[in-house]
Design a protein around this ligand. Structure first.
Ligand code: VGL
Ligand code: ZN
Length: 270
């Protein structure tokens, strides 16, 4: 083929490519990228478009004083430290086509988990409710109150779903999936299954209660489950409860990873 013919064909191709590009501008389609993460000798295949970041109870009542306020009714030591890593991960996960849900402890006044609802009882006491052990707490996360609001620094823009729990007066809910009778659903499982999610990454408050029960249920329901270890903090009541919860989660095959480590694996860093 002569040189001029070659040049003509090349130029024609270039023009056609340009025209095709102008006529059909490329729409940004999320590209699923699958990664194998090795934490605790657990190998988890992650496709970010099938991943949920679950932010547990990052609410004022679970946080120590910040800004002008005097701190929450059930403040977890360093509870507010979870906000920064969760915000970074939430933006990254949502931006890459993954999902983000936040839970909100949402109790009516006079809730069964409040020590004040049981004359003579105090925080830390355990009572029996229809055969289930129920620990008692100070009044916290009362519906519509400041304590029930999310921490002011929590970025809610990337959050796709807010799950409220513990709103039945006679029933508490630690887990994001099932209330404390262990059978009343919150609806989160159905939402997750509807979206085809297979991996749940969990952070928030508190390691030994709501994070623990949520992670154990997530794993039992068959989702690969990862705790973001720098984005959780525990109550530590009774003494040793955080260590016990962590040991039990590890023994159940729940993985632990730092938010930095996760972001490098998933997004090449924040
Ligand atoms: C929680 C105690 C009572 C929690 C909620 O978020 O871990 N703990 N209600
Ligand atoms: Zn509660």
């Amino acid at each position: 083929m002569g040189y001029r013919v070659q040049v003509f064909i090349r130029n024609l191709c270039m023009i056609l490519t340009r025209l095709a590009y102008i006529r059909c501008p490329r729409t940004p389609t999320p590209v699923p990228f699958i990664l194998t993460l090795n934490y605790d000798n657990l190998s988890i295949m992650m496709d970010i478009t099938k991943t949920l970041l679950l932010e547990i109870d990052v609410q004022n009542d679970f946080c120590p004083a910040y800004g002008q306020n005097g701190g929450g009714a059930l403040a977890v030591p360093e509870g507010d430290a979870v906000v920064k890593p969760l915000n970074a991960l939430a933006a990254a996960v949502a931006g890459a086509g993954g999902f983000v849900a936040a839970t909100q402890d949402w109790h009516p006044a006079g809730h069964v988990s409040f020590a004040s609802s049981h004359p003579g009882k105090k925080t830390g006491d355990v009572i029996d409710i229809s055969g289930q052990a129920q620990g008692l707490w100070p009044d916290h996360c009362v519906q519509g109150g400041w304590g029930a609001d999310f921490h002011a620094g929590l970025d809610l823009k990337p959050v796709h779903l807010i799950v409220r729990k513990g709103f039945r007066k006679g029933l508490d809910s630690y887990s994001a999936f099932f209330e404390n009778d262990r059978k009343t659903a919150t609806g989160l499982e159905g939402w997750i299954r509807g979206l085809g999610i297979d991996t749940v990454i969990i952070g928030g408050l508190a390691t030994d209660y709501c994070v623990f029960f949520s992670a154990m249920d997530s794993k039992k329901l068959g989702f690969d489950t990862i705790i973001i270890d720098d984005a959780v903090r525990g109550v530590g009541l009774p003494v040793g409860s955080v260590e016990k919860a962590v040991a039990q989660m590890r023994a159940s095959g729940i993985a632990f990873a730092g938010s930095g480590e996760l972001s490098v694996s998933l997004f090449g860093g924040f």
